[in-house]
Design a protein around this ligand. Structure first.
Ligand SMILES: Cc1cc2nc3c(=O)[nH]c(=O)nc-3n(C[C@H](O)[C@H](O)[C@H](O)COP(=O)(O)OP(=O)(O)OC[C@H]3O[C@@H](n4cnc5c(N)ncnc54)[C@H](O)[C@@H]3O)c2cc1C
Length: 432
């Protein structure tokens, strides 16, 4: 089995650590690593942003990448945990299947999708990824492999969905796909002059299956929170044709951009241009354009320079979202820091048993900040506002929030074997 000592970071390029990384090719090799190491953490494709998939000892699932079974009639797929959604799309779309729930990148593994219980732009309609999981096999601290589903080992099932890898190593996942007859979607843009209008537009368009809003994070005064709501629904093919996942040439950012590139004045200019260019109206887009626009540029995270960036994604209850988002944006403005990507999503109810899933009824706002020295202090100020309004942060994005902010408590996870930098940062007994 290959083993490498290497510098590791996740998508935000912050923090960085030196880790011993093991690349098992089989369950037996994975078991040997788990039994040998006192502490370790599973890692998929490192597409979380902060410190979740980092540790001093890391077990990578990227070599566990076989599609074990694909029932093309019923749309049930069983894959090893290291299979990328990107690779799976090439196989399932030609048979007329897509994911019920997908995040904004297809370069994540099936194991990572379960461990963060990822959500998409359709949470009120389809819930989180776990909603569609039938079962998974989990490699536990004692080396045993346990099948977990809603019926079998259900406690472990729900502890693991959104459990950030703290229950064990997910080895394989079986989940249900969604029928599609076309790779196209109808997309509608709705421009909104301010935050209140934007949230009203979400409400008025609740019946659209997909909804996500770009927000101008620098707009102030009467235009605070102005943005564009993007809605989408799948098209039905009138003449069924063989389907193929549409891919375009991707660009690559081969080197880190200089730090001045995302200067607030340039972000301001970008936002002016983006908002002015957007018009209300409809157009036809394909799966890649609708769900994975950011995947068009490989390594776009290098745009933030070597210093990396921090994404602050938090959710607020529906009744406090407008007021809370306003206060957060005002706090950001008074800090002088400029968020580049700002995105709002609407969320539906969290099933009671999905104890670690991030989305709850209401809205979430994600803000990307180049990692300047003032960011940790700003994050703590935002934490206070979010907490006061009954909100929480998403651990898949978190890099420096206060330990209680996710409302997930790692000391309630039985084995201390599965250990990440995130867990070290937020587990009370481990902090000095
Ligand atoms: C451009 C972009 C857009 C995104 N959009 C969204 C979005 O819309 N919605 C959303 O929810 N998320 C989103 N994310 C976050 C991303 O989907 C999640 O963090 C996802 O979990 C990353 O999967 P991964 O395979 O890269 O896992 P990693 O980043 O490697 O790991 C993430 C966590 O899962 C654990 N883990 C990974 N594999 C296993 C395993 N086999 N067994 C046990 N634990 C494991 C790790 O320990 C870690 O805690 C986005 C990320 C990017 C870069």
């Amino acid at each position: 089995m290959e083993r490498q000592r290497m510098e590791l970071s996740n998508w935000g390029n912050y923090p960085k650590t030196i880790a011993e990384v093991y690349f098992p090719n089989s369950i037996e090799e994975a078991r040997a690593v788990v039994l040998e190491q006192e502490r370790l953490i599973a890692r998929g494709n490192g597409r979380c942003y902060g410190d979740a998939a980092l540790g001093h000892q890391v077990i990578s699932t990227l070599r566990l990448k076989r599609i074990l079974n694909f029932d093309t009639q019923n749309g049930i797929v069983w894959v090893e945990a290291g299979v990328l959604l990107a690779d799976l799309l090439e196989v399932i779309v030609p048979h007329g299947w897509f994911f019920h729930v997908t995040p904004g990148t297809r370069y994540i593994t099936a194991g990572g999708a379960v461990a963060c219980d990822v959500h998409g732009k359709n949470h009120p309609h389809k819930g989180c990824f776990s909603n569609w999981v039938i079962d998974f096999d989990l490699l536990c601290a004692d080396g045993s492999v346990v099948r977990c589903s809603r019926q079998e080992n259900s406690n472990l099932f729900w502890q693991t969905c959104g459990g950030m890898g703290w229950t064990g190593v997910i080895l394989s996942v079986r989940f249900q796909l969604m029928r599609i007859s076309s790779v196209f979607l109808q997309q509608r843009a709705v421009k909104a002059n301010n935050l209140e209008d934007l949230l009203k537009a979400f409400e008025a368009n609740r019946s659209w299956p997909y909804a996500v809003a770009w927000v101008d994070g620098l707009a102030r005064g009467l235009q605070l929170g102005r943005g564009v709501l993007w809605l989408a629904e799948h098209q039905t093919a009138t003449t069924p044709k063989p389907l193929a996942f549409p891919t375009r040439r991707t660009l690559d950012l081969p080197v880190y951009a200089p730090n001045f590139l995302l200067h607030p004045s340039l972000i301001w200019a970008h936002n002016q241009w983006y908002y002015a260019r957007a018009t209300n109206g409809e157009q036809r887009v394909d799966l890649e354009q609708c769900f994975y626009p950011l995947d068009r540029v490989h390594h776009w995270n290098r745009l933030y320079g070597r210093r990396g960036f921090v994404q602050y994604q938090f959710g607020l209850p529906e009744e406090h979202s407008l007021q809370g988002f306003r206060l957060v944006l005002e706090q950001v403005h008074s800090s002088g820091m400029a968020p580049f990507l700002c995105v709002i999503k609407r969320h539906g109810d969290r099933p009671q048993e999905a104890i670690h899933s991030f989305p709850e009824r209401g809205y979430s706002l994600a803000l990307d900040f180049p990692r300047t020295p003032g960011v940790p202090a700003l994050v703590r100020q935002l934490d206070e506002l979010v907490w006061k309004w009954g909100g929480k942060v998403y651990l898949a994005k978190d890099a420096c929030s206060a330990p209680h902010m996710s409302r997930i408590f790692p000391d309630r996870f039985a084995p201390n074997k599965f250990w990440s930098l995130l867990r070290e940062r937020i587990q009370p007994s481990e902090r000095c």
